[in-house]
Ligand binder design. Structure first.
Ligand SMILES: [Zn+2]
Ligand SMILES: [Zn+2]
Length: 801
């Protein structure tokens, strides 16, 4: 699907019939493209010349009328190209794929043959690429770019190679059942290590139903299996893919103490939600429940009721909350009716889950942001858990907000939308206050458990008394020792990964900065490199300052890596682990560490926000927050809200089991309202205080906001685009009621991933009017010939950095 803003009209030849929601292949300029049928009419509108569609790709529509309408709404509201919206909605491999392959041109062949002849200009290192192609015949663009990064561009430029595009049919991958041909080979039979692993994985029974699972556990590929087949050791038999077997969940995740009796608050809320569900009318309910108040149990029972009514249910969770424990609860309750949709699935798995939902085999979908597009029919309830979480906002085109799209989806399906959180976003709570959403409350923890006691540790005081700046205060140190003595578990939150924040030269004051972004590089000890957290650039650690050659380079600030090391030194006999994105990136580590922590194989867990949200560890009775104020200094109007949410969520991890919990919050700003009110776990007071600031400064939710960024790889390019944007926006401010424009100014991240960025913030008293302004801006930019990548339009931005 192409990134078009407008829809196109095509003729349908008599030999085809099409329905809205089907994919078709159409000619687009000089190539072929995939399109979605929006409407099928009986005649062309007058004056329209149209080309014919080439083929119909689906036997039945892949998008229901409801999802088509949702897609159009997203394209319209978020000012996103409709083609990109549909592409985001369909996680499907198209049946046809465009492939590009490279072969030698006549010129390239001459070049290769003539290299040894006199008078020929030397071909340099490109000759390797040419002879590689000559022996292989052809290769993919991707492979060549990888093998010959510079030479490939040269060869292209000099026309020694040609790139050919062609359509390739995607073959539906076959699934095989695997069986040992004879008895398990004796130990002394000579086998390759991979063959041994496959045979071992086949187990005593000597069979596997799905070769993909077998290969996964044997860490082998299909080629290895084929070799075993060729040698006659195993037999393969095509098997019908009867849907994936339900994911295996370790026993430790299965909830044993599921409360059979709801608290009275839970029953009241459930009764109310059930009534809404049965009314078959669209309604949005904000469920504000403190941490540990049993929201999940309410969701599960509501979904069960929804299924009884013959309708389907969708639940969205933030990426990091989709832990085995949540999956286990869904699988225990709803078994094979559950489909999972999240980014950790392989393309094949996602494809299969999608079709199980589409065919009606799965009636409950649990997934992350894009699962909001799950092709469920007859939707009864859409639940968005931890609705305040920033991972619901997509930070690339289409820049939709999963929570807000979920509400629109519920409206289109006449379903119930439930937004749940212990720390609702200001937007949602404001909607509840204004009467747009219903408010439901779970003010207490289940089983009469108390919220954790929170104590603030004033780090200014600590510094005055100890004259050293250390990440761990004496108070926190003492508490951890007491925990360890009692055999209790502790979590330490520090929302900054890496070893130190940056490397500072004490002589000239310079920090080492990213070459692509306007930020300092973070030191990572494991890799012993300086790294950029935005673009992934990394550099060796200099021994002397590159600016002034001084040797006085200092590591400033503490990251999780440094604090982990510190704790390992302080408590050498204690089992310490760390969980942040650096660790989670390593295969399987995220779930392994969470699982071990839950099984109490780890005493002290240090981590970023990854550990703060949504998890339930009954053994944790102390949570320590190091540098609680880390986010407060960010130039973003949501920084206080984010800090409040993070601290409240972190505090919510303590005392979820039988023993009560305590929280220590270390900060240099003990009087800041976000920190003080999070310590009191007083959401209402925080909301009122923060709303005063938003009202005064005209920020959401009081006004609608859009972030428009003009960008370019050169500053002049960005400035050129910004000038066009300004030409359009600035007169508009005078003519339009309730519109205010800030900018152009350099964005807080003035350079990001190699692009210079100039920012406009547009505030408007009406969301609908703002959305219209942005659409007109996009049209204007198209007329001015501004490429789409040079102009970022972000409606309801989640951050304005
Ligand atoms: Zn220096
Ligand atoms: Zn960078």
């Amino acid at each position: 699907m192409a990134a078009l803003r407008n829809t196109l009209t095509y003729l349908v030849p008599d030999s085809f019939t099409v329905q809205p929601g089907q994919r078709v292949q159409v000619p687009l300029a000089t190539r072929k493209a995939t399109g979605i049928v929006l409407r099928a009419g009986s005649s062309l509108p007058p004056g329209i010349q149209a080309r014919s569609i080439l083929r119909v790709l689906d036997t039945e529509p892949v998008l229901t009328p409801e999802l088509l309408e949702l897609g159009l709404w997203i394209a319209d509201y978020y000012v996103a190209p409709i083609g990109e919206v549909f592409r985001a909605m369909l996680p499907l491999r198209s049946t046809m794929r465009r492939a590009r392959s490279v072969r030698l041109s006549a010129l390239g062949q001459q070049k290769l043959q003539g290299i040894n002849q006199p008078g020929q200009e030397p071909a340099g290192s490109a000759i390797e690429l040419l002879s590689y192609l000559a022996t292989r015949g052809s290769a993919s663009v991707q492979l060549l770019r990888q093998k010959f990064p510079e030479e490939f561009d040269e060869a292209l430029e000099k026309k020694w190679v040609v790139v050919e595009e062609f359509q390739r049919e995607r073959t539906q991958r076959e699934v095989f059942a695997v069986r040992l041909s004879g008895p398990v080979p004796e130990k002394n039979v000579r086998l390759s290590p991979v063959a041994k692993r496959i045979i071992e994985a086949l187990g005593a029974a000597g069979t596997a139903r799905d070769h993909r699972d077998l290969l996964h556990s044997a860490r082998a590929d299909l080629a290895a299996l084929r070799r075993l087949q060729a040698s006659g050791l195993v037999e393969l038999e095509p098997s019908r893919a009867e849907g994936r077997s339900t994911p295996q969940t370790p026993d430790s995740w299965v909830e044993t103490g599921t409360p059979l009796v709801l608290t009275s608050a839970q029953s009241t809320v459930l009764t109310d939600l059930t009534k809404q569900l049965e009314s078959r009318q669209f309604q949005t309910v904000l469920l504000h429940g403190v941490t540990g108040s049993g929201k999940t149990e309410v969701y599960l029972r509501l979904i069960a009721r929804c299924l009884e009514l013959g309708r389907t249910a969708l639940m969205l969770v933030p990426e990091i909350a989709l832990t085995p424990s949540v999956q286990a609860q869904f699988l225990t309750r709803f078994g094979s009716k559950v489909a999972l949709l999240h980014s950790a699935l392989s393309e094949n798995e996602r494809h299969e889950e999608w079709w199980r939902i589409r065919r009606g085999e799965a009636q409950v979908v649990l997934g992350t942001r894009s699962a909001v597009f799950a092709p469920l029919a007859n939707l009864g309830v859409v639940i968005v858990d931890e609705e305040h979480d920033t991972s619901y906002k997509q930070e690339e085109t289409p820049r939709y907000h999963g929570r807000d799209v979920a509400v629109v989806r519920a409206r289109l399906a006449a379903a119930l939308a439930v937004l749940g959180s212990a720390t609702p976003s200001l937007e949602s709570y404001w909607n509840a206050r204004e009467g747009k959403y219903r408010l439901a409350l779970l003010p207490e923890r289940v089983e009469g458990r108390k919220l954790a006691d929170v104590e603030i540790v004033d780090m200014r005081q600590e510094f005055r008394e100890t004259h050293t700046q250390v990440p761990v205060s004496r108070r926190l140190h003492q508490e951890i020792e007491a925990q360890l003595a009692n055999g209790q578990q502790t979590m330490i939150l520090l929302n900054r990964r890496g070893y130190s924040w940056f490397l500072l030269c004490r002589s000239c004051g310079q920090t080492q900065r990213c070459v692509n972004c306007s930020i300092s590089l973070t030191y990572h000890r494991r890799e012993h490199r300086l790294m950029c957290h935005y673009c992934g650039y990394s550099a060796p650690v200099p021994s002397r300052c590159p600016n002034c050659d001084s040797e006085y380079l200092y590591y400033v600030g503490e990251g999780t890596e440094r604090v982990e090391k510190k704790f390992a030194e302080l408590f050498p006999t204690v089992r310490v682990a760390r969980l942040d994105r650096d660790v989670a990136r390593r295969q399987g580590q995220f779930h392994r560490i969470l699982s071990e922590f839950r099984q109490r194989k780890i005493d002290l867990l240090i981590g970023t926000q990854l550990i703060a949200k949504g998890h339930d560890f009954p053994g944790v009775t102390l949570v320590g927050v190091v540098s609680a104020d880390i986010g407060l200094g960010l130039p973003d109007f949501r920084s206080a809200e984010r800090t409040f949410q993070l601290l409240t969520q972190a505090a919510g991890r303590a005392g979820r089991g039988e023993s009560p919990g305590r929280v220590l919050v270390q900060t240099f700003f003990p009087d800041h309202y976000a920190i003080r009110l999070a310590a009191e776990q007083n959401y209402e007071a925080f909301f009122d205080k923060e709303m005063r600031f938003r009202r005064m400064m005209h920020y959401p939710p009081v006004t609608a906001l859009a972030n428009v960024i003009a960008q370019g790889s050169k500053l002049e390019q960005a400035a050129q685009v910004a000038k066009h944007v300004g030409d359009f926006l600035i007169p508009l401010e005078q003519d339009t009621e309730g519109v205010k424009i800030l900018g152009p100014t350099p964005a807080p991240l003035a350079k990001l991933v190699g692009r210079f960025r100039i920012q406009f913030l547009i505030k408007c008293t009406s969301r609908a009017r703002l959305s219209t302004i942005l659409r007109r801006l996009a049209d204007y930019a198209d007329q001015q010939g501004i490429p789409q990548r040079s102009l970022v339009i972000d409606m309801d931005p989640s951050n304005i950095m």
